[in-house]
Design a protein around this ligand. Structure first.
Ligand SMILES: [Zn+2]
Length: 109
């Protein structure tokens, strides 16, 4: 922002925080709040929906493990967590590949 630009008016309207990377889609975006983690409501909802879905699956696995005390219950719980971690790594790798392909397309054009 140059010295000639007037200060933002109202509730953080036009406030300029450092550009950030969306915690869901991995795209760079301009936050409008200091505590923003997502580029859009869509990404915030997608992130929170996945957390909710995973939480419910973990609760079921934990209750089965500790409630029924079945052999291998903890292993099932750990496999679920491992699957979440794998999914996150794959999702982030795909996002990174897409960003790099776009960047390459821009420089080639
Ligand atoms: Zn996003």
């Amino acid at each position: 922002m140059s010295a000639a630009t007037p200060p933002p008016q109202g509730h953080n309207r036009g406030a300029h925080y450092a550009r950030s990377r969306c915690a869901e889609c991995g795209e760079d975006y301009q936050p409008t709040r200091i505590d923003a983690a997502f580029c859009s409501a869509y990404c915030r909802k997608a992130h929170n929906d996945r957390r909710k879905e995973r939480g419910l699956a973990l609760i079921d696995a934990a209750l089965e493990w500790r409630g029924k005390r079945q052999k291998g219950g903890f292993l099932k719980f750990c496999r679920l967590v491992d699957q979440f971690l794998r999914d996150d790594r794959e999702r982030k790798a795909a996002q990174k590949a897409a960003r790099e392909a776009r960047k390459k397309g821009q420089t080639d054009a």
